[in-house]
Design a protein around this ligand. Structure first.
Ligand SMILES: NC(=O)C1=CN([C@@H]2O[C@H](COP(=O)(O)OP(=O)(O)OC[C@H]3O[C@@H](n4cnc5c(N)ncnc54)[C@H](OP(=O)(O)O)[C@@H]3O)[C@@H](O)[C@H]2O)C=CC1
Ligand SMILES: O=C(O)[C@@H]1CCC=N1
Length: 280
């Protein structure tokens, strides 16, 4: 049995939407028959149909037929996309209860509210999130915040969905851009690190597939160790570095390559860029 009765909509069915939607369906939070997805090119939505979800090239179908609507277009498409939205019937009290969930980087609740007010949809219940694509395997990390129209039960419902796909945490809105550089963009940084670890092993003669598997598992294990022991990463690193041993010479190479400063810079740049993306 599905854990939520609501019909779930996605306006924009790309990578982020699919990570959330496929995660929710595979995790049994909703049935595929409860999910409807819209996008301008119906041929790009075939993976949704394979899951059993309904697809449409009309965003208004999603507006009409679903209760919790994820807005999953690129930030610069918010205005054009909202301009296409219009109820096909006279909006009722039931429509006022619909919940809109934005995943748009850098796009504030104020911008979202103003954009929808511009097309005559004022007073919407709006939740701003920053999810990540690891939700597709149930190990995502999402921060979220709601506007003044959102009730406690709405936040609980969205929390149930997002937290079922990893970790979800409500934060004050100003923190969302800052977090984006770590959680939203972070998977791309980590994939680069996994690839590099594997390349190092391949250079030493380990077959590529094996190298990738070992690198990814090592990363997973290290991440789990941080989470489960609660120890500071520096303490855990010391536990690996035998005096005069093999690890410390590798750590020295990382320091020479300025790895930590490089990653700090990457997170900072990505967070700042994220805030820029939402500017109208
Ligand atoms: N990817 C990520 O890791 C993360 C992304 N985000 C946010 O998610 C949002 C989507 O990004 P992402 O999924 O990566 O991008 P994608 O390009 O994969 O998805 C965007 C989707 O929007 C569709 N689209 C374009 N115009 C419209 C329209 N007018 N109405 C409805 N759908 C439309 C596109 O369809 P078509 O391709 O057919 O043109 C496409 O499927 C962005 O705002 C981004 O900031 C947030 C966190 C992480
Ligand atoms: O690159 C981007 O802009 C989006 C937002 C966070 C991850 N991907």
């Amino acid at each position: 049995m599905a854990k939520l009765d609501e019909r779930i909509g996605f306006i924009g069915g790309g990578n982020m939407a699919f990570s959330i939607g496929s995660g929710l369906i595979r995790g049994g939070i909703v049935k595929a028959s409860q999910v409807m997805v819209s996008g301008p090119h119906i041929e790009n939505l075939s993976r949704w149909r394979e899951l059993g979800a309904t697809t449409t090239d009309d965003n208004n179908d999603v507006l009409e037929h679903t209760d919790i609507i994820f807005i999953c277009v690129k930030p610069h498409m918010l205005g054009p996309c909202a301009a296409q939205l219009k109820y096909k019937h006279v909006p009722s009290a039931k429509d006022a209860n619909k919940l809109f969930v934005s995943v748009l980087a850098g796009t504030t609740l104020q911008t979202l509210e103003e954009t929808f007010a511009f097309i005559g949809m004022s007073g919407l219940k709006m939740i701003r999130t920053m999810p990540n694509t690891s939700m597709q395997v149930g190990e995502g990390c999402t921060v979220y915040t709601g506007n003044a129209h959102v009730a406690h039960q709405d936040l609980e419902k969205v929390h149930l969905m997002l937290n079922s796909l990893g970790l979800a945490q409500q934060v004050p809105e100003p923190m969302i851009d800052a977090v984006t550089g770590v959680t939203g963009c972070g998977p791309a940084f980590v994939y680069t690190i996994i690839e590099s670890l594997a390349d190092g092993a391949v250079k030493q003669g380990v077959p590529r597939q094996m190298a990738l598997q070992f690198a990814a598992q090592t990363l997973l294990g290290a991440a789990k160790t941080v989470l489960l022991t609660g120890k500071h990463p520096a303490v855990l690193r010391d536990e690996v570095c035998s005096p005069g041993g093999s690890t410390i010479v590798g750590v020295h190479e990382l320091e020479k390559g300025n790895l930590r400063a490089t990653i700090i810079n990457a997170v900072e740049k990505s967070s700042l860029r994220s805030a820029e993306l939402g500017k109208k």
